[in-house]
Ligand binder design. Structure first.
Ligand code: ATP
Ligand code: MG
Ligand code: MG
Ligand code: MG
Length: 437
């Protein structure tokens, strides 16, 4: 992509209500623009990152055996009356009426909707287990939308729902998601710690929140320092095998958010130092048994013809929140530092003198070669001065910057900078190509 063609409305001054760094950087770098309180437009740079996060989330869901569906954003109130949550959900639910005066709502979550699909389509224990996921916009009328996409009113969530015959099988489904979440967050370049959680209005017995550590996080957290060195489950993890040892390894150490913190009751070993910090909830998993299947009649026939309400779990990842959370965890004074896997482009190519024909020809040449080799390049081909180009490239935060100027080119060298470490290296254009391709 040539920067001269890119729709990248950078902002010089950020609004005063942008209190945290990710919100400011997302506005400044032209990733998002606010539409209304807690509601955002995603512009090309932001959307590219959002799609990258989505892609990784999707790959890990597929790997763990979940199947993708897409449910509507607008739901009938009727379903929520059946589960008993229509009144219980309160003012966070955006309610509306269609022209026939039927009560509708904008889905804050989809347990009811998916249970309705299940009860209409699945009748026998032989069809279990099932795990269905979607990546879909939600609406919650948050009392205090803030921190940009981190607490929006409209936000993108990956949500999935597991269906099993009994509690033991449901725990296996829970474990599959637990492991998939560890892998997902690691691939996104953040360290997320699973913490025992309160189940809140979704209800149920077993639940973990996945918390990314960042000083601006909304929750205070307390965790064992061992979490800094636990291994992430590998690519070839067998999701049909026994995942309990992995889950045990990650849950036997102390980790709790403020609400759940009970240092004396929860077996923190004597003299063991907990780390105190702040964190952002990026994922949340629940096992809630028959909480929805019983009132909504989601029943399968067992081997002996008996009627069994399915055991369910639900699992959420805040896809749009993660874009902000990743920035909170990875930035410096000059801007964003994207982890490789979510970076909108791999390399920023900077033409230091666009009015110099030889320099421009060399830049064009490298740009084309890298493109042909499948390297994603953002090419600053504009006529801005060099200082402004450096600042913009640092702000946008691509992993590598490749700088070409007339003086270097005469000596046969270009400069390569690593955004995260700041390390610079001078090398020939061919060597730079080989390193990036
Ligand atoms: P929070 O405690 O931050 O209000 P929650 O516990 O209400 O979140 P869940 O119902 O567990 O949220 O939803 C699953 C995930 O969706 C959360 O872990 C979070 O990452 C994301 N999420 C929830 N609310 C928002 C929001 N208002 N804006 C962006 N993402 C959100
Ligand atoms: Mg909430
Ligand atoms: Mg929460
Ligand atoms: Mg939650």
């Amino acid at each position: 992509m040539r920067l001269s063609k890119l729709f990248l409305p950078v902002m010089k001054e950020t609004p005063a209500d942008a209190q945290i760094v990710s919100h400011r950087l997302m506005l400044r770098s032209g990733m998002i623009r606010q539409s209304a309180a807690g509601i955002y437009n995603w512009l090309p740079l932001g959307l590219k990152v959002l799609r990258n996060v989505e892609r990784i989330v999707r790959e890990e869901q597929d790997r763990a055996g979940a199947q993708e569906i897409l449910m509507p954003t607008v739901q009938q109130a009727e379903l929520w009356k059946q589960s008993g949550r229509y009144d219980a959900y309160g003012p966070e639910m955006l309610r509306m009426m269609d022209r026939h005066e039927r009560e509708m709502l904008f889905g804050p979550t989809h347990e009811e909707q998916v249970t309705d699909i299940f009860r209409n389509c699945v009748k026998s224990y032989k069809d279990l287990p099932k795990n269905l996921y979607q990546i879909q916009w939600k609406f919650r009328d948050e009392i205090r939308p803030r921190f940009g996409v981190m607490r929006g009113r409209e936000f993108l969530m990956k949500d999935n729902y597991s269906f099993d015959l009994d509690e033991e099988a449901a725990r296996r489904s829970y474990n599959r998601m637990f492991v998939a979440y560890l892998r997902t967050f690691a691939r996104l370049g953040v360290r997320a710690i699973p913490m025992r959680a309160d189940t809140g209005p979704i209800g149920g017995e077993l639940s973990h929140e996945f918390i990314v550590l960042a000083p601006t996080g909304e929750s205070a957290v307390f965790y064992d320092h061992d979490f800094n060195s636990l291994d992430i489950p590998a690519d070839d993890t067998d999701y049909d095998g026994d995942l309990q040892p992995i889950v045990d390894n990650w849950t036997s150490r102390y980790a709790a958010t403020e609400e759940m913190h009970e240092p004396t009751a929860n077996g923190v070993p004597e003299g063991h130092k907990l780390i105190t910090g702040r964190g952002i909830e990026v994922g949340h998993i629940f096992y809630f048994g028959t909480k929805y299947s019983e009132p909504m009649n989601a029943i399968v026939q067992g081997a002996d013809g008996e009627k069994i309400p399915v055991h369910m779990g639900s699992y959420g990842i805040g896809v749009s929140r993660l874009v902000g959370a990743i920035i909170e965890a990875s930035h410096d004074d000059n801007g964003i530092i994207w982890p490789e896997n979510v970076a909108p482009w791999h390399v920023g190519l900077i033409n230091l003198r666009s009015n110099d024909a030889d320099c421009t020809a060399a830049c064009d040449d490298l740009y084309e070669k890298l493109g042909r080799a499948g390297v994603d390049v953002l090419y600053d081909d504009t006529s801005e001065r060099a200082g402004a180009k450096f600042a913009k490239m640092d702000l946008v935060g691509l992993p590598w910057q490749l700088m070409l100027g007339p003086r270097g080119l005469k000596a046969g060298i270009v400069e390569l900078k690593n955004r995260a470490t700041g390390e610079r290296e001078e090398l020939t254009p061919d060597a730079a190509f080989a390193k990036l391709a």
